[in-house]
Design a protein around this ligand. Sequence first.
Ligand code: PMP
Length: 444
Amino acid sequence: PVPHRGSKELFERAQKVIPGGVMGQGRFAKPHPLYMTKAQGARMWDVDGNEYIDFHCAFGAVLLGHNDPRLRTVIDRTLDQHGVAFSAAHPLESELAERIIKHVPSAEKVIFCCTGSEATYHAIRRSRAHTGRNKILKFEGAYHGWHDYVQWSVHFDPAEAGSPEAPKPVQESAGMIRAAEEGLLTCGYSDTKTLRDIFAKHGADIAAVIVEPIYHNAGVVMPAPDFLSEIRRLCDDNKSVLIFDEVITGFRVGLGGAQAQCGITPDLTTMGKAFANGMPISAIAGKAEIMNGFAPLGKTFFSGTFYGHVLNVAVASGCIEILENDPPYEYLDSLGKRLKAGIQAAIDQTGVPATVGQHGSVWALYFTRRGLANYRDMASFAQTKEHPIHSSFQRWMLESGIYIHPHFIIRGYLNAAHTEADVDHLVDATRRYFIAHKEDLTEL
Ligand code: PMP
């Protein structure tokens, strides 16, 4: 039997009509991607009928579990009572905005778009208009979406990199406007000293700092204790806008997001993913004074055919209502701690060079003993993006009935439909991998 024959055939068909066969590099896997045809709760099934426990959760968008029955009721009700999309004002928009304002400390006003990239784009553009300045400061390796405002990063590839002390920013995508480089400054995450130096030199030109308050695009990397408060102080002193990119953390770590946990309030917040349990909606929230600069009140253009899409708005509001009445956060954190303790025990038992990280429902596994404080620590990782250990680990997991995403860092999510037994299954498969591949797991 060929367990993935259906996926293989579908990929052959797709390559003829879809470039690379998939919707972008994030979906590609060797020798071919798996075609998932059903997801329910914590489980997914591929076209060949193989069942997986899903620890990818649609890049963290799925928080309650796939296809949550309570949200299906909301979807049915919305279709019965309203319809799909009118591109007109709708009463449910205020209900959703009120829920977000109730929970997210920085939110005085809120608007909706569809994806995280759109949210960061609009937040940055609004910051530039608000301050009349050009430069944005982001942190090395940070991902805030696909647009030219943010797709500069620091590569550690020796051929491209400059010196380790002064890594050279490079475009992450071909085809970006060259002038975009002038608009961007980069600094190491948690590198408070360099941050101060950059502000000393460029403070008067910095429109905004955009930062993930927990650096999930590097797995699970917590900010240094003084880092976020220092960004807040520097932004205040220099009248720069502070944007927290909570596209991953918003409503995933708790109703108030990471900002409620760390006690630092940004000026603008971008959110997406978890607050609609998989529907394509995102939000920009923040100080009324800044938010009111979006059109029609202000001059920062804001419009999109699907902005305020009724079905998305209804599901988002329904999702937050469930999170209010039946908050999964303690449960998710206990599952997360169980996962971390289990994998740590497997590392200790086998002595493999690995580190496990976890915050609430997000977890990461690195094949290095060092652990990570920032993206620069990932220099060796960036050079080993294609290291076979990651695909070998992923294949092992798939064969063990566990779905994780193919990536050079192993980052996963939990959702409220996961059970302790699901987590134990992941831990057990990981331990067995460590034992079977102990020889291959040399320090990366
Ligand atoms: N910001 C962060 C922190 C993200 O993790 C992502 C996506 N993973 C984005 C922005 C972009 O969101 P989207 O893929 O919905 O455009």
